[in-house]
Ligand binder design. Sequence first.
Ligand code: NCD
Length: 309
Amino acid sequence: MSTGRINGDIISAKQFTREQMERLFDDASALKPVFSARKRLDDARGRIIATVFMEPSTRTRLSFQFAGVAIGASVIDFGSSDMSSIAKGETFEDTMRMIDDYGPDVIVLRQRVPGNAARAADMCDAPVINAGDGSNEHPTQALLDTFTMRELMGKVDGLTIGMMGDLRYGRTTSSLSYVLDKFDDVTVYYIAPQELKMREEVTGELHNLRYESVTRPDDIMEDLDVLYVTRLQKERFTDPSQYDALKGSYSITVDYLRKFKKVPIIMHPLPRIDELSVDVDALPQAKYFEEARNGLYVRAALLKQILNV
Ligand code: NCD
């Protein structure tokens, strides 16, 4: 396995070595003051990044685009699928072949179908970055989440993390599990109603992580360093009545958190719906907007590595 710089396709969070992640996080940290001062770099001048989002996105798409432009690259956005020939019935394969033929230096792809990022990578000459493939994975989100923990806590080893919400359909929590598995002495509590339990296909791939599934966070809240909250993935429910039944089944509010002697750092990949109340934003432990901003630094560092600039 390679160490050092990350290059080529980014399909799964399983592919990163700890050395690669530490190096990426160091690079991202170094970019922070540059971005905070709104300085622009020209390292990637003349390079073209194609952002192809076939599912809704705010943060992932925009942070890749801002990061790309800020390091000097040009960004071409595919636009919405409704406005492309996909709306006329063109296949995913033909669409990806065409985009790749125009010669981008990297393709950032979000797709509805699990496994389609890997499929695109097989077809395309340009490196493909998986920006979310259905309920499967979201590796760059896991990198920025872990970077955020490292920035806040100084290290990732030894942390105890609660992942709460829709672990059945969530892709951020599968990828985050794979990343945390590369660190030492990390404990994860998977907090979800029975119907939304973490998938065995994910836990079956974990080697180093200690994990336990619980249905409520009350008994473990004070043990947590981080509570990572996620929304119900409404668009992935095949039975809308199951979504309705589970809606509102968990919710983090200041009132709820008041019962605990110690409140952990609160993270969330966003968007939030009703599982994380806006009154939590005022707590010093609320770090989800900082987490989203970290996406910029981590994705800029990642693009620089992949573009080799
Ligand atoms: C996540 C996603 O798209 O999987 N959002 C994001 O990228 N920040 C989480 C979600 O949609 O719930």
